[in-house]
Design a protein. Structure first.
Lengths: 167, 392
């Protein structure tokens, strides 16, 4: 009799643990999604600002061409080419900013300030996204999660390469 | 900075009426956010239920436990837990900001109980402790719920990565830098003077290191004077001082913000000989903003804050001889002192609340996007929903 009660007890505990793990995983997936959505919005904004800079007086015609191309690429990139496109845009912006600091006028300065504020935010967003992804990957590696397929059909989240060198 | 009005719930783990860095940080942040038009409610334990600011909700009387080399007044337990749940359920918050959620406190309880956008700020810096292997697995699922983690310094961030294997955004503590800029130099504190502010009775504040260094300093600078400000009973400390040097010490007691500003702009050198347990060093940031020339021990937090010596002198922690050496060099070199204090003033500006609160707010924004309001976790768990239906 006691054995039987004990078995039921163990069963209940494991059921509770499984549901706990599933909730935890669900929450993590949610976090990955929101942090990516954040990052995505910020990157889109950056591309828009880059276009504006390209059309302003900060950029000479050649850099303007380069920047416009990079910004459009970053905007339209498919998920597979996103990483390369964003790195490209970072590179183009970096080149331009390096030697434009001293000749910017007040109106252009507003654009540059906007860009640097955006860059700061992107840096934070990347950190948040990366953390969410690594946590999720860690939990999904657990044997129990794999045996009971607690992750369901959700794809395993990945970090993008550009995240480490985007800025 | 205002894009929309938020309802923000902040949880303070430590007793509201004991002085401390975390409490000050929360008070300033809450007041800044309220001034910016947000609705803020702070849940905090307190010894004295009366005399709390209007935005503070009393969570209960704290208990004292030893933690990280000091006594922490925190609160937890079943009663506190239900109090926290009630606060969350009634608050209808857009976001919760939990401070120090990795210690046993109402912050951790709130982290357990809530579901939704949550930001956690980690203040403490500590060496890696064995105990984390035992409590890590319990903490992890809770800490994971935070949509964003903030560490107040590089040291705090390292503590977090070491202990809980998770990363954080570094946003330093804020100060009202403008308050310290307007200090007027007071003649009584000028000359070859050394300043120290803090609860000097606490060993980790390191006043004894300064006491040991003083005989050497006095040999090279016979007219040196030391001003010690901060709450505490000077009698015990005075016993340790060499009788010949006793008249060089003045204990000012607790000083007000304005006096602090005057103090920082008058003294020749501000000394922070802390031996550890310090994660950010708000007083150093204030000293820099006030234009004092700073000498500090080389604990990680201070090294970071002083830019590896760019904004102030550093000496080997717990080494009075080296402290004396650095202080004497600076007392002799007025130009270098002025250069340091000029660089320090600029550095101090970067910790101003206008800058810091903006950074914290952008983390808030990122945690909120696409998320709903803060709810009790038990309401969203299907298991519990099923059970509570049976109850009704």
């Amino acid at each position: 009799m006691t054995n039987w009660v004990f078995a039921v007890f163990i069963l209940l505990i494991s059921l509770w643990y499984l549901s706990f793990l599933a909730t935890r995983l669900d929450r993590l997936h949610h976090r990955v999604e929101t942090s990516w959505a954040n990052l995505d919005v910020l990157l889109q904004k950056r591309a828009a600002v880059a276009l504006e800079i390209a059309h302003s007086d900060i950029a000479d015609p050649a850099s303007s061409l380069l920047l416009t191309g990079a910004a459009y690429q970053a905007r339209d990139a498919e998920i597979q080419t996103r990483s390369a496109a964003e790195s490209g845009l970072s590179g183009a912006l970096g080149l331009l900013l390096e030697d434009s600091q001293h000749l910017a006028t007040a109106a252009d300065n507003a654009l540059l300030t906007e860009l640097s504020a955006l860059t700061d935010k992107i840096r934070v967003a990347i950190a948040l996204h990366k953390d969410a992804v690594t946590r999720t990957q860690m939990v999904r590696k657990k044997v129990i999660v794999r045996i009971f397929r607690l992750a369901g059909t959700a794809p395993l989240p990945v970090t993008y390469e550009f995240e480490s060198d985007v800025l | 900075m205002l894009t929309r009005t938020l309802k923000i719930g902040i949880v303070c783990p430590y007793s509201w009426d004991t002085p401390g860095g975390v409490q000050n940080h929360i008070r300033d942040l809450a007041e800044f956010l309220i001034a910016a038009g947000h609705e803020v409610s702070v849940l905090a334990p307190a010894m004295d239920e009366e005399n709390l600011p209007v935005y503070v909700v009393h969570a209960g009387k704290p208990i004292s436990i030893p933690y990280n080399g000091a006594v922490a007044r925190v609160l937890f337990g079943p009663v506190a837990f239900s109090r926290v749940r009630q606060w969350i359920a009634q608050g209808d918050f857009d976001l919760l900001h939990l401070h120090e959620p990795a210690i046993p406190s109402i912050s951790l309880l709130a982290c357990w109980a809530a579901d939704g956008p949550m930001v956690g700020t980690f203040h403490a810096a500590a060496k890696r402790q064995k105990i984390i292997f035992a409590i890590g697995p319990i903490l992890e699922p809770a800490i994971e719920k935070l949509s964003a983690r903030i560490a107040v310094s590089e040291a705090a961030r390292l503590t977090l990565t070491d202990h809980l294997d998770t990363d954080a955004v570094v946003i330093p503590n804020g100060i009202y830098a403008s308050r310290y800029q307007e200090g007027t130099p007071q003649e009584k504190w000028q000359g070859n003077t050394i300043g120290f502010i803090g609860r000097f009775e606490e060993p980790r504040k390191g006043l004894s290191i300064l006491l040991e260094a003083l005989p050497v300093i006095a040999r090279f600078a016979p007219d040196v004077k030391v001003f010690v400000a901060g709450p505490g009973d000077p009698k015990e400390v005075e016993k340790q001082i060499d009788p010949q040097l006793r008249h060089r010490f003045s204990f000012l007691g607790k000083i007000s913000e304005e006096e602090k500003a005057d103090f920082m702009s008058s003294i020749a050198i501000y000394v922070a000989p802390n031996t550890g347990g310090e994660s950010f060093g708000i007083i150093l940031a204030e000293a820099l903003a006030g234009g004092a020339c700073v000498v500090a021990s080389d604990i990680p937090a201070f090294e970071d804050l002083l830019g590896q010596g760019e904004f102030g002198g550093l000496f080997k922690s717990e080494d009075p001889t080296e402290l004396a050496k650095v202080v004497i060099e600076l007392l002799r070199d007025k130009d270098r002192r002025e250069n340091l204090s000029r660089a320090g003033r600029l550095r101090g500006q970067s910790f101003d609340w206008n800058v810091i609160a903006q950074r914290i707010y952008s983390v808030y924004e990122m945690s909120i996007v696409g998320s709903e309001k803060v709810k009790l976790a038990s309401d969203t768990r299907s298991w519990n929903r099923f059970l509570s239906k049976d109850d009704k």
